[in-house]
Design a protein around this ligand. Structure first.
Ligand SMILES: C[S@@+](CC[C@H](N)C(=O)[O-])C[C@H]1O[C@@H](n2cnc3c(N)ncnc32)[C@H](O)[C@@H]1O
Length: 250
């Protein structure tokens, strides 16, 4: 099993990779680790923000008690680093990562294996958040769930994905469940909180890569939430001008 710190994990992965050409693999177990390491994508940003996010999730999500595990459904799980790291030390919770991208799904599965997280992270599900929530069960998404988590999708996907996220959360969340979103937001117009120059530059670069992308105004996201029957219940300032927002049923 690899250590918690991604720096350590990543360096082991690179060590496995770089040693492959020189050393013949001795057994099947090592072969499997090597194959998983080849599929595991590494995002320095996900590595940096995983621990602060995990600390907040541990505070927000109470340890699950009772006969069934609590379910965290992650949308747009990307590399899978958040799934394996943020799910640690959440007693009684099972994490279900999803992403529409096939390479991401492979990466999540690889991280799950590398971090020996099979007991707390389920196999990833290929899912586009825009799919009709009624059809999610058919692709293996459990419902209802106790929480949703979605990091860094709202600004790096078309606006309709944000709308779909809240619609799906409204559809699949248990009564007292919550949706946790993480990423940058614009708060200057309605809330009077100036946008950091780095986020303004990031917004411009996102829009130049894809005109449908861009950092969203918090009030626009709140409007979408309201239409889905959810309200903002908590706003947490996170490192690097990101916010962690907690949404609950109105
Ligand atoms: C910037 S990455 C964020 C990944 C990860 N959550 C993180 O914070 O490191 C954006 C992710 O959004 C996913 N994504 C894009 N469009 C999506 C959609 N329609 N439904 C669900 N996920 C989507 C991409 O596949 C990608 O993994």
């Amino acid at each position: 099993m690899l250590g918690f710190a991604f720096g350590g994990s990543a360096s082991l992965i690179f060590a496995v990779r770089s040693s492959r050409a020189r050393l013949p693999l001795r057994n099947l177990a090592r072969d499997c680790v090597s194959m998983a390491a080849d599929r595991a994508q590494h995002s320095p940003a996900a590595e940096r923000n995983a621990l602060p996010i995990r600390n907040e999730l541990r505070r927000i999500l109470k340890p699950a008690s009772g006969s069934r595990p609590a379910i965290m459904l992650e949308i747009a799980a990307g590399t899978g680093q958040h799934a394996v790291l943020c799910s640690a030390e959440l007693p009684g919770w099972v994490w279900v990562p999803t992403d529409p991208d096939e390479t991401a799904v492979e990466s999540i599965a690889a991280w799950r294996e590398l971090e020996a997280a099979q007991d707390r992270v389920q196999m990833p599900i290929q899912l586009d958040v825009r799919q009709d929530p009624e059809t999610w069960l058919a692709v293996g998404v459990p419902s209802p769930v106790d929480a949703f988590f979605c990091a860094n999708m709202i600004h790096i996907a078309p606006w309709e994905c944000c709308v779909a996220l809240f619609k799906a959360a409204s559809h699949h969340l248990r009564e007292h469940g919550c949706l946790v979103t993480y990423g940058p937001y614009l708060e200057d117009v309605l809330h009077g909180i100036p946008t950091a120059p780095s986020n303004l530059a990031f917004d411009q670069s996102l829009k130049s890569r894809n005109p449908e992308w861009g950092i969203r105004k918090r009030e626009d996201v709140e409007m979408v939430a309201q239409r889905a029957g959810l309200v903002l219940s908590e706003r947490v300032q996170m490192p690097a001008n990101n916010l962690l927002l907690v949404w609950r049923r109105a």
